[in-house]
Design a protein around this ligand. Structure first.
Ligand code: GDP
Ligand code: MN
Length: 398
């Protein structure tokens, strides 16, 4: 689950990671109040207005702006809230901005040498260990740094049983070219950051930039935090941070219905039980020349009601030109699923406007095929996996 910058910073702050302070605002008026409050708390007289959307590269898209007084806070917030922000990480339409974060300006006027670094904490799946990636080339697109100057990106591997050892924090600070107070502050920063990553059950932290001010303070100016959804049950307060406005609406609806659904770009809708079979089905569709429109695991109980909900969700995607139902009747009997498909088809009437290819295998598969073939519905039945994929190709003229 992805978080907004302000939520990520809240988590960092709660574990003692120094952050650029900010207050989130839903309207230009709230933005001005937030700015006044920030001045009371931090003494800042300049502010940064930052669009809160689940996408990086906001600065490039005009979503991060400096405001030198309260009037500018108001006018900039007014322009940013409600805008469609287009960044290198959004679609062409961009993302709607609902909130802004009003931050203290931490790049002191006259600060001749603010240094920006890159730092992320994540799991290296190859080694099964966490790692800290860092670079002196912060503030800019890390993908470009990785491409053009890969030697400027360092990684530090962390043994999960030992945790981050003090020398590792110092090594990172040293490699970033720091010494004296700044080195000590950076080692502290890294240690707090790693603790926050572990204790919050995150799967990724990306802090770009980490800032060193001229008076040797080290702080997180940006925060991209991804939480491990499987651990949310033990972080109720984090679960409440979910912003459904940022998520794919069809995926949100599927989740509420207990379906495992991931939206994809293709034109063949898939309804499958079991994640492994769903992956296999997508592969076969690809091999037959098609493109899966989604991953959908309806789970063990593929009854009429569930099948109907699943059809409804698949059909919300306007790209879907055919639906392949591929269900293995192990726990659930195939004839029950077949009845479910037929009932759902009947109930949905002309809402189903694309061909359906249905392959049911397992317990009572023969009865299931008969049921479908005799239903009078326009459902194309198939017995073998390949046969089902070929029939998909056939209806799509591939
Ligand atoms: P991103 O573009 O989505 O990664 O958003 P960031 O939070 O990283 O902000 C983008 C850029 O805005 C940073 O790299 C900084 O150069 C700039 N910025 C952020 N905070 C401040 C600030 O307090 N003062 C000034 N002058 N610039 C800032
Ligand atoms: Mn950034």
């Amino acid at each position: 689950m992805n978080l907004h910058e302000y939520q990520g910073k809240e988590i960092l702050n709660s574990f003692g990671v120094r952050i650029q302070r900010g207050i989130v605002a839903n309207s230009p008026k709230e933005a001005v109040d937030a700015a006044k409050k920030l001045t009371t708390e931090t003494g800042t007289s300049w502010y940064v207005v930052k669009a809160q959307v689940h996408a990086g590269g906001r600065g490039k898209g005009g979503g991060v702006k400096l405001a030198k007084n309260l009037n500018e806070v108001e006018s900039i917030s007014d322009a940013i809230i409600g805008m469609m922000l287009i960044t290198p990480q959004t679609s062409a339409e961009g993302k709607k901005v609902n909130q802004v974060l009003i931050c203290e300006d931490v790049y002191y006027p006259g600060d001749s040498e603010p240094e920006e670094y890159y730092m992320s904490v994540l799991l290296d799946r190859n080694t099964g260990k966490n790692m800290i990636m860092y670079s002196t080339e912060g503030g800019m697109d890390i993908e470009t740094v990785a491409e053009e100057t890969p030697h400027l990106i360092f990684t530090e591997e962390i043994d999960p049983t030992l945790g981050l050892l003090p020398f590792q924090g110092r090594k990172i600070a040293f490699n970033l070219g720091l010494s004296g107070t700044a080195l000590k502050e950076m080692a502290k920063f890294v240690s707090a950051l790693y603790t926050a990553y572990i204790k919050s059950d995150s799967s990724m932290f990306e802090i770009n930039p980490v800032l060193k001010t001229s008076d040797d303070k080290i702080l997180a100016v940006d925060a991209k935090v991804t939480l491990d959804e499987n651990a949310l049950f033990r972080h109720k307060d984090y679960a409440a941070m979910r912003d459904l406005r940022e998520e794919n609406p069809i995926e949100v609806e599927a989740k509420a219905a207990g379906l495992n659904y991931v939206d994809l770009d293709g034109n063949v809708g898939c309804m499958v039980n079991g994640a492994g079979l769903a992956m296999g089905t997508m592969d076969l569709i690809k091999q037959a020349g098609g493109d899966p429109a989604n991953f959908l695991d309806v789970g063990g109980t593929a009854d009429a009601q569930r099948v109907e909900v699943a059809f409804g969700i698949i059909l919300k995607d306007p790209n879907v030109k055919a639906i392949l139902v591929n269900i293995f009747g192990g726990i659930v009997r195939c004839d029950r699923v077949a009845q479910g498909v037929v009932d759902a088809y009947k109930n949905m009437g002309d809402k189903i406007n694309v061909p359906i290819i249905c392959r049911l295998q397992g317990t009572n598969a023969v009865e299931a095929k008969e049921l479908i073939d005799n239903s009078g519905m326009e459902i194309i039945s198939a017995t073998e996996f390949q046969e089902a994929a070929d029939k998909v190709a056939e209806v799509l003229d591939l």
